[in-house]
Design a protein around this ligand. Sequence first.
Ligand code: PEP
Length: 256
Amino acid sequence: MRNKIVAGNWKMNLTFQEAEELLSEIADKLEKIELRDTEVVVCPPFPYLEMALDIAGESVFSVGSQNLSEYEKGAYTGEVSAQMLASMDVDYCILGHSERRKYFGETDEIIARKVDQAIRHEFIPIVCVGELLSEREAGKHFDVVREQLEKGLFFLSEDEFSSVVIAYEPVWAIGTGVNATPAQAQEMHAYIRQLIESRYGKDVADETPILYGGSCNASNAAEIFAQPDVDGGLIGGASLKAEEFVKIVEAAVNKK
Ligand code: PEP
């Protein structure tokens, strides 16, 4: 059976000292719970990765980056390559987040190149898909998500795809306080799993973790995670508070 995952996306928040404090608090709280088949991932900003890896080394959580370059190496000022991150032992990488699509012009084609980099350097990519509110209102949400998956991910071979984690993040739910209902999340997650099955077969579909993201917090996580095709969450705002984040982790652990 597939593992459950709770990943924290810190985005561009916190000073170095605040980040260190938060990670230590998360590590302390995680020590008190038995994670069983749940993985915890923290994705801080790039400059904090080394410090996060140090604390993670004494704890049970893994570390991910929030992005990586589509290019392998060379004259790309300001970019951070998959090779660099892999050499630091970063395990996960968030790709295709809607904020990168919106503010940095990332298209499905760019995301596909980043996914390719991530796979070549043996990362576990957490690939985000999700529709805008206008697209849902127009009844196009399934088509939008299908296209994002087909262009951004389904070029991978079956073997390559087997390390991928997908996060369904309806854009209208990110940072808004309006989460998808458990039924809306389940409907889309089941659809995504069905698409994976058509492309890669049932075994791969059954093993692919599909996370929900969008205003998920300690109050609604258990209900959302209880859905059969929801395998945990990608958590933004609520991952910046240790107590709240670890309660969300507990909701995943307690999922039947
Ligand atoms: C996110 O940015 O991935 C996210 C899910 O944000 P929030 O939890 O704040 O809605």
